[in-house]
Design a protein around this ligand. Structure first.
Ligand SMILES: [Zn+2]
Length: 303
């Protein structure tokens, strides 16, 4: 039985280490209903600051970037991996970048060691979407599955998008290689993949919700218990911009207007029902709640 008791002993050691100067926190864990949730870093992405809402008025954009410490030409975007233990299952949300995307990312398995969680215990992998930092960790340097015994779950809309001709039509330059990579990794799991859609339950209390726009078939996962918890992938990616200006358009969104609608809907829900939210690219561990602020919102990280 994988639960808080069996995982906690090992986690406690890493939490202690993370409080020492010079040690980056490598894992953060908490109970949620019948689930035990651990957040492990996959490292970070190094991205052009110009990707962050270039459509926004400069006079409004600059102060927010400054407040987020993003004053250079590039910024670090954290990558938070979520592991969910429940009953006999250990479920990983997304698989990180692997070793072919960026040298600063693909650190999941290295960081997982400090938690005492063995990767061979992972029974299921559920994907929010098919971008490199979420999918390319499926295979190792020899193109072999890193988790050969796991079952994989992909939204059918996302699977169809990357496999279809719309994926390459009008592809922006910064996404060159994304299609090849998505197809390579999807091909590697095709014998072990299950297609999912909004409303499907992966295990008792863990349900798929539709959050399209960042990509055509982007999904999130809702965990029952307490006020609720949403593992939200890349719906809300910036700790200030996504919450204060959900109407601004980050370069990474495939369908910008749909992404705005999805952000607004999710933010309204989070501020109303007080669900916890886990953001893949929010500052580690990326867990928090959402408050209303003026006509928009504010992210309140857990402490
Ligand atoms: Zn991402």
């Amino acid at each position: 039985m994988l639960n808080r008791r069996t995982l906690l002993a090992a986690t406690a050691a890493s939490v202690a280490a993370s409080t020492l100067p010079g040690f980056a926190a490598s894992s953060f864990a908490f109970d949620h209903g019948t689930f035990y949730v651990t957040i492990v870093s996959d490292g970070h992405l190094l991205l052009p600051t110009s990707f962050l809402a270039p459509d926004a008025p400069a006079a409004e954009r600059e102060p927010l970037l400054k407040a987020a410490g993003q004053i250079g030409e590039q910024f670090n975007s954290p990558t938070n991996m979520t592991l969910i233990a429940t009953g006999q299952d250990l479920i990983l949300v997304d698989m990180g970048s692997g070793d072919r995307f960026m040298p600063t990312a693909g650190k999941l398995w290295e960081n997982l060691k400090t938690t005492g969680i063995e990767k061979t215990k992972i029974t299921k992998v559920i994907f929010t979407h098919g971008h490199p930092d979420h999918l390319w960790g499926v295979v190792d340097e020899l193109d072999e599955l890193v988790l050969p015994d796991a079952t994989f779950f992909v939204a059918s809309a996302e699977w169809d998008f990357w496999g279809g001709e719309n994926a390459t039509r009008g592809l922006p330059a910064e996404r060159a290689g994304f299609v090849t990579g998505a197809r390579r990794n999807y091909a590697a799991i095709k014998e072990k993949v299950k297609m999912i859609k909004a409303g499907d339950e992966i295990v008792a209390g863990l349900r798929v919700i539709n959050t399209p726009g960042h990509t055509q078939g982007h999904i999130s996962f809702e965990l029952a218990g307490g006020d609720g918890l949403i593992v939200g992938g890349d719906v809300l990616t910036h700790p200030l911009i996504s919450f204060e200006h959900p109407e601004w358009k980050p370069i990474a969104d495939h369908v910008p207007d749909l992404a705005i609608t999805t952000r607004r809907k999710l933010l309204d829900r989070l501020a109303s029902d007080r669900s916890k939210f886990i953001g893949f690219h929010l500052p580690y561990p990326g867990v928090g709640t959402v408050d209303r602020k003026d006509s928009a919102y504010r992210f309140v990280p857990v402490t």
